[in-house]
Design a protein around this ligand. Structure first.
Ligand code: UDP
Ligand code: LCN
Length: 805
């Protein structure tokens, strides 16, 4: 039994537990999630004399670890998470006897709760990935989850290095496969077998050792070729020598660190595909539209940074004169009715690059009312399989070859990445950005009720398929994988779940798998930079934006007229999704006369009119915003701008707010990562970020920003007021937090760090894919059966529905 339950039952607090259970039973809630549990327990503790009971009692500890409580007729079921990534479930009966519950039993209990448990009709289909992970390496300590690369490299190296002959054979074969547009790289047929490799490396080392370090490779290319070495070892004699020395060490005394160093120099990656399908994928005029936010920013910045890094790597490898040119393609969707964007263009070059492109492939035409237009990310699933088939051809036309790496983004892009990688036999990486399951409470339990709007049965199945198929999952934070001591991670929520009447997932993902790697994104430093860098700011742009933010009038895009434009601005910018909760921030502001006396609220958010919006949530949020502004009479204290700014202006906006010693608030009910947090912090804006999700990892509370609980309006307003009062008392305080915020981003969240890490992952996973004896075919066959037997029929049914629209 869980020691936390045992501790309560073996103490005088047993009666407290009984009382607490009775209170729960008396209330009308039968299924309590984390927040409900904490609220119920808080209420319970308020009746106690002991003010410490809530935080330091044994029962308090048990509650701290309890994620869910389900009450049924005979018992109360507790789902406890005693440690990160570990779950236990128990039933407690009236007489306080306790019984452990297995995962299948728990899933049945959940089904019964929603009236969807039908044992008389037989069992529901169970999805279980555990057997496939049984023979793959597994991280032991939860602290190391998300550091898969080091672990995998160490584990597989030690296996491979045990047998020197096998190791040399693998290395020799690996060195032999590299080509670029027909040009042989690294070694040629003159090194006929693994036995010759070591000798030739030593000969080549003697040869280059005699040359001046800066002698260009082209000048001794043919001498090396005679020894069996082709381009790719370095651009100068010095660089070639270093690389060969590492190879020499790898042959004689292999070690995982030496292998990593060696692979980081080997030209293996030239062509990368980043798959990002939904929304409006373009470089201007799209951010803030439905389904179009951070993912677009992330993928564009990543493409730029990858191309830059690949170019540097190729130069260092000595391949410039062999016409080796990296190419990065962002694969997105072509939308014929483009609504003023460039989304109807097949090919668009990514600004600031030589060879990074947006390649847009249309969905095949089914009902043109659907396929000619933007389609919500929740409705996109019927089109993905045929899209992948068409995209494969288009990619081949662009690359004239297969890509070396495919990175999927979000559920739809990850599914297409899986389909492409499977056909092309290429390394597949996944980036979730946001797993919707965590955003919508009970989204799986009540999926049938939500299906007509959200189609979660397709999305969650796609997620399970793609995350298990991927060679590597790139996550932006640790907590995206396994949460925090008191909260479940986004991937963790796929460990087990029920989709009543459809399937039970008893083991949906192995959280301890080395495929998980935390690689946070960065921020575009040309656009977002400290407000203090006056030399890089354009005065008339500042003036124009000041006017736009604080005084300009335009009923089409701007709502609100400030009575006192000089008050400290509280600023936020986001899409008008329910989860972004900008309406919650407006309500928090509305409920606090003190905040209104000291600040104005400035919101840059989507649209201000419902007309023309085809997104359900956006329309609801717009209407709600008007209601709040009216209820609290905020018209003269708020500016709501439904504008789409050019990229450079969106960077300048943060700085204009910082010029006025403003504050950035990110009030999302859940934020997977939160790029606006990075943008605000690097600009020098003290930032208050939601405590639900990624901001908790970016911001260090009270050091370089603050956490807020956006569901607690009073507390949020108070935190803002406390900060403002502190700044009023000590004018250097704003500066201190501003400086620390900038430091935090520069030290930890840059695209340079991200990209070198990502490429390192690509090389190492690529190498292990080639050499490892780890078999994935059975796993991939299982995944395929889920795709064809569950996903595809449901996608087809949704397509039928789309024909009627
Ligand atoms: N953004 C923007 N204009 C808007 C709303 C958002 O330029 O009206 C940008 C914002 O600057 C950031 C991105 O869109 O770069 C939003 O990313 P974030 O990760 O914060 O949230 P997401 O929209 O991806 O959930
Ligand atoms: C999607 C989100 O919801 C954000 O939290 C992330 O910052 C963004 O994608 C980029 O990963």
């Amino acid at each position: 039994m869980s020691y936390t339950i045992e501790a309560v039952l073996n103490s005088a607090e047993k009666s407290d537990l009984r009382e607490f259970i009775s209170e729960l039973e008396a209330s009308d809630k039968r299924y309590l999630l984390r927040n409900d549990i904490l609220n119920a327990f808080h209420k319970f503790c308020q009746q106690k004399d002991d003010p410490q009971f809530e935080s330091s009692s044994r029962l308090g500890k048990l509650i701290y670890y309890t994620q869910e409580i389900i009450l049924d007729e005979e018992s109360i079921c507790l789902i406890i998470r005693p440690k990160i990534a570990q779950q236990e479930a128990y039933r407690i009966f009236d007489d306080l006897t306790v019984e452990p519950i297995s995962i299948p039993q728990l899933l049945d209990i959940r089904d019964r709760f929603v009236g969807r448990h039908h044992p008389e009709e037989g069992d529901v289909f169970e999805i279980d990935f555990q057997p496939f992970y049984d023979y793959s390496p597994i991280i032991r300590d939860s602290k190391n989850i998300g550091k898969g690369l080091q672990y995998l490299n160490r584990f597989l190296s030690s296996k491979l290095f045990q047998d020197p002959n096998q190791w040399l054979e693998a290395l020799y074969n690996f060195l032999h496969i590299h080509r670029y547009n027909g040009v042989t790289l690294l070694i040629n047929g003159r090194i006929a077998n693994r036995h010759q490799l070591s000798d030739r490396v030593k000969q080549a080392l003697n040869f280059v050792g005699e040359l001046p370090s800066d002698k260009p490779f082209e000048e001794f290319h043919f001498d090396l070729q005679n020894l069996g070495f082709e381009p790719g070892w370095g651009n100068t004699a010095g660089r070639v020598r270093e690389t060969l020395e590492i190879l020499d060490e790898l042959i004689d005394s292999p070690d995982d660190r030496v292998l990593e160093a060696f692979l980081s120099r080997i030209p293996m990656i030239f062509r990368i595909v980043l798959v990002s399908i939904h929304g409006w994928f373009a470089q201007e005029g799209v951010l803030g539209r439905p389904d179009t936010g951070g993912q677009v920013v992330y993928v564009l910045d990543q493409a730029r940074s990858l191309e830059k890094q690949l170019k540097e790597d190729i130069t260092l490898a000595g391949l410039d004169s062999f016409k080796v040119k990296p190419k990065v393609i962002i694969l997105s969707r072509l939308i014929p009715n483009n609504d003023g964007t460039r989304c109807n263009e097949r090919l668009e070059k990514v600004h600031g690059t030589d060879n990074a492109w947006i390649l847009r492939v249309p969905f095949r035409e089914f009902n043109p009312n659907m396929t000619q237009n933007w389609i919500s990310r929740f409705e996109i699933y019927p089109y993905l399989e045929t899209y992948a088939i068409d995209a494969e051809k288009e990619l081949f036309a662009e690359f004239q070859s297969s890509p070396d790496l495919i990175v999927g983004n979000y559920s739809d892009g990850n599914l297409v990445a899986f389909l492409l990688a499977r056909r092309l036999k290429v390394t597949q990486f996944n980036v979730a950005h946001a797993l919707e399951k965590s955003k919508y409470l009970f989204s799986n339990l009540y999926w049938q009720d939500l299906e007509s709007t959200y189609h979660f049965s397709l999305q969650f199945t796609a997620d399970i398929i793609a995350m298990n198929a991927a060679n590597c999952i790139v996550s932006s934070t640790y907590q995206e994988i396994v949460g925090r001591p008191d909260s479940v991670g986004q991937y963790e929520s796929y460990e087990n779940l029920t989709m009543p009447d459809l399937y039970h997932v008893v083991n949906g993902i192995e959280l301890f798998s080395p495929k998980f790697n935390v690689v946070p994104p960065g921020v575009n430093e040309n656009v977002y930079f400290p407000y203090t860098r006056h030399e890089d700011r354009v005065p008339n742009k500042i003036e124009k934006l000041e006017e736009l933010l604080f005084t300009a009038e335009d009923p089409e895009f701007i709502y609100g007229k400030l009575e006192n434009p000089n008050r400290r601005p509280l600023f936020s910018m986001a899409r008008l999704d329910r989860i972004k909760n900008l309406t919650g921030l407006a309500e928090c502001f509305g409920q606090s006369p003190e905040l209104q006396e000291r600040c104005n609220l400035i919101l840059v958010a989507g649209k201000i009119h419902t007309s023309g919006s085809t997104d359900n949530e956006e329309r609801e949020e717009i209407e709600k915003m008007y209601r709040i502004i009216e209820r609290y009479d905020l018209y003269s204290k708020i500016r709501w701008l439904g504008i789409r700014l050019p990229k450079v202006d969106s960077g300048e906006i943060y700085r204009v707010i910082a010029d006025r010693q403003g504050i950035f608030v990110q009030p999302a009910l859940f934020e997977a990562f939160g790029l606006t947090i990075l943008e605000a912090m690097i600009s020098g804006l003290p930032t208050f970020g939601t405590q639900f999700g990624g901001p908790l990892e970016i911001i260090q509370d009270t050091v370089n920003g603050y956490y807020i609980n956006p569901t607690n309006l009073k507390e949020t307003a108070q935190k803002l007021l406390d900060f403002i009062s502190k700044c009023d008392r000590d004018p250097s305080y704003w500066q201190q937090i501003s400086d620390k915020g900038m430091e935090r981003v520069y030290s930890t969240y840059t695209w340079k760090i991200h990209t070198s890490r990502l490429l390192s992952l690509a090389r190492i996973y690529g190498f292990w894919n080639f050499t490892s004896s780890e078999k994935r075919e059975d796993l991939l066959r299982y995944i395929e059966s889920l795709f064809y037997l569950i996903y595809k029929p449901r996608a087809k049914a949704l397509l039928e529905e789309h024909w009627q629209r």
